[in-house]
Ligand binder design. Sequence first.
Ligand code: SAH
Length: 255
Amino acid sequence: MKQGSTVYLVGAGPGRADLLTLRAAQVLAMADVVLYDRLVSAEVLSMARPGALLVDAGKEHGRQEETQRRILEQLDFYAQRHRHVVRLKGGDPCVFGRGAEEWQWLRERGWEVELVPGVTSALAAPALAGIPPTFRGVARSFAVVTGHACAEQEPDWKALAAVDTLIILMGVARRAHIARQLMAAGRSAGEPVAFVENATLPDERVVTTDLAAVAAGIVEAGNPAVMVVGGVVRLRERLAGSLLEAQDLAPPGTR
Ligand code: SAH
C-alpha cells in the first residue's frame, strides 16, 4: 500500500445535499481534493472542506475514453500528493458511473480505496415524484437500464419487456427509439411513461405520458432525466398529486 493516502469513491446522490449519506458528508468534510463529475450539484460541492481543491472532471461529449484515462491519471497524481482524495460521482458510484472500473484501476496502482455508496437517481428520482419502483398488485420487479447504447450493444428490449417497471437512465436522446422497441416487444401503446428531469433540484420537472406518444416523438424531455415505463407511473397522482385535488376527489363528509 502506498504512503497512507486513500481515494474515496463517493456517491453524491441525486442532487440535494441532504440526500448525501452521513459517510459522504464526513469524507467531504476532510477532503484535500475533490474530483467531481458534471452531475454533482453545487450544493453538494459546497459540503467539501473549505480550502479543498475542487477539480471538475467533466466529460466532453464523444471523448469519453480520453477523459476517463485523464481522470484516472489525475486520481493517481493527487493521491501521490494528498492524503484524502475524493472522487465524487452523481447518484451511486457503481450505477453506470464507471465507479467500479476506477476502483479496480486504483487498486492495481496500489491505492487504498473506500467506497461510499450513494442514493441512486434511478430509484430516488421516480420515488420522490410519487413513482415507486415496486407496489403490491402493480409491479413486482424492476430493471435499471442504460438507454445510451452503441449500435452493437443495444439492450435486449425483448427480455426487458418482461420486467414490470423499467427505469431507463441516459435515455432522453433515444426515447422515441426505446418506446418503439418496447412496443415491438409487446408493451402496450397506452402504457404510462414518466420523465423525471433534474430530480431534487430547483428546476425539477416531471412529464407523464404514454409509450405511443413517446414513440411518435411528440414528448419533450431534457437532460438529465430518468425515464420510467410501467403501471407504477399512475400511482403518482395518488402519492404526489396536490392535496387540494385529492380533497376535491374525496366523497362528501370525508374532508
Ligand atoms: N450513477 C448515477 C447515474 C449516472 S448515469 C446514479 O446512480 O444516479 C447519468 C444518468 O443518471 C442521467 O442521464 C440521468 O438519466 C440520471 N440522473 C442523474 N442525476 C439525475 C437527476 N438529478 N435527475 C434526473 N436524472 C438524473
